[in-house]
Write a protein that binds this ligand. Sequence first.
Ligand code: ZN
Length: 244
Amino acid sequence: MNVLVFCEHNPSMDSPEGKAAYPEGLGECLAQLLRGAGHTATLLPMDEQGVHGFTDELLNSADVAFWWAHCYHDAVQSEIIDKVVDRVHRGMGMVFLHSSHLARPFLRLIGTTGFLTWREAGERERLWCVDPTHPIAAGLGDFIDIPQEEMYGEPFGIPAPDELVYIGWFEGGEVLRGGCVFKRGRGKLFYFNPGHETYPTYKLPAVRKLLVQACEYVAPKQPVSGPLGCSHRDDFCIDRSVKK
Ligand code: ZN
C-alpha cells in the first residue's frame, strides 16, 4: 500500500520533552512504523507555510493518508484540502490523529465542530475496547493503557460514529469516544485521540499494532474511483471532474 503521512513540525516538538519522545521526529516515527509493516510511506511535512512535498501524483496513488496536526491547521493550502477530501469520497482511507480533530479535512468530512474539552497534564489514559470483534482492535485485549497522555474529553463535537471501537478514560475522570470510524462516500476515516507530541505514545507496542491495523482497515478494498453513486453512471454524474 501507498501511505501518505501528513505531519506538522511545531515548536513543541523541538522542546526537550518533544525531542525525548520522538528524537527522529513524530512524522518520521509514523512513517517508519508503516514501512515496518510493509507499506510505502511518504512523509509530507507541514508547518506555517502549509504542506511540503505534495504532488497530485502522490495523492493519486495513495491508498491511505495519516494526518497529524495541531498549530498549522489554517496554513494548509485549501487546494490540497479539496483534493484530499475528494479522494476520500472516491475511496482513500484516512487516519486522523490526536489534535487533528480540528484539522480542516477532518471537519470537512465529518461536518461538525470537532470541539472537545482538554487538559495537558500527563494523565494516564485507558482506552477501553467497546467492539472486541473489530479488526482495528484485533489481538489488543480489553483495553490499552497509555501512561501519559493529554486529556481529551466529552462532549466531542462529532456525528455519531459509524463504528465506535474505543472509549478513552482518563485519570481525571473524563471519557472520550477516542477510536471512531466514519464512512464518507467510498472512503473510511479512523479518528484516534492519543498522540500528544511530548509523550511517546506512538512508541507503545499496542498503539503501534492498532495504528497498522487501522491503516489496513480503512484502506480501499476496491480501486479508488468516482464518488459514490457515480462510477457506473458517468453519463448522469453530477461531479464534472469525472464526467466523460
Ligand atoms: Zn496535544
